[in-house]
Write a protein that binds this ligand. Structure first.
Ligand SMILES: Nc1ncnc2c1ncn2[C@@H]1O[C@H](COP(=O)(O)OP(=O)(O)O)[C@@H](O)[C@H]1O
Ligand SMILES: [Mg+2]
Length: 218
């Protein structure tokens, strides 16, 4: 397959924020001038439904069964895509493995509570064979949760996972915007959620190789 920067959002736990993170990150990439496709390999197709609500606005959301991931990325490339973000199902060992296989960067959203951290072990197990850059991203972090995050970071590191320096807080703008086919920055441009997404995109884009954008005015 030809070169295609790909970010996979993976976690074995439902409700950890995979779809929210995939859609927000991909939309930030679009605003940064990157032709981006979301590929939704979750049979529940939540990202694809968001794409329907969004209509003609980018990013386009494609769907495919996990075994069609390579060919769907190739189709996206022929359609002009320069970045892929993959949204995956929970409990989807095969799907998660396929997504990790094609990814240059794996993000693992998780809430920082005990049950979620317990579920993180399954994802850590998957990553231990993969030899891909993978980072836990704490999501829906409550206000004043410094101690909780310190402990969750230790737990993730003990599983052999790295922790992303950016976190998403527990913020209404994430779910309010998703329900209308939008992202947080579109309903609250100066809100905290928008700032966190922007920070995650800046950080993530430093961990993948994107082709050079043409110079301004060129
Ligand atoms: N940072 C957040 N703050 C508030 N609500 C969130 C946040 N992240 C996700 N949610 C909400 O939590 C629910 C599950 O998120 P979702 O992205 O669908 O998880 P997954 O795809 O892992 O199942 C959704 O209702 C979503 O809007
Ligand atoms: Mg989902």
């Amino acid at each position: 397959m030809l070169f295609m920067p790909t970010i996979a959002i993976v976690s074995q736990k439902g409700g950890s924020g995979k779809t929210t993170m995939a859609l927000h990150l991909a939309t930030s990439a679009v605003y940064a001038g990157r032709e981006t496709r979301v590929i939704d390999i979750d049979p529940q197709a939540t990202s694809a439904t968001w794409g329907d609500w969004r209509g003609d606005f980018k990013p386009e959301v494609m769907t495919c069964p996990p075994v069609r991931l390579f060919s769907t990325i190739e189709k996206a490339r022929r359609g002009g895509a320069e970045l892929i973000v993959i949204d995956t199902p929970p409990h989807g060992d095969t799907a998660s493995r396929e997504a990790v296989r094609v990814a240059d960067l794996v993000l693992i959203p998780t809430r920082a509570r005990a049950f979620d951290l317990h579920a993180l072990e399954a994802t850590a197990g998957l990553m231990s064979y993969a030899r891909k850059p993978a980072f836990v991203v704490f999501n829906a972090v409550p206000a004043r949760a410094t101690r909780m995050i310190e402990e969750a970071t230790k737990a993730a590191e003990a599983m052999g996972l790295q922790v992303c320096p950016i976190q998403f807080g527990e913020r209404a703008a994430f779910h309010r915007s998703s329900g209308t086919g939008e992202v947080a920055a579109e309903i609250e441009p100066d809100g905290k959620a928008a700032g966190e997404v922007d920070a995650l995109w800046k950080w993530a884009s430093g961990h993948i190789t994107l082709k050079q954008l043409p110079a301004r005015g060129a």
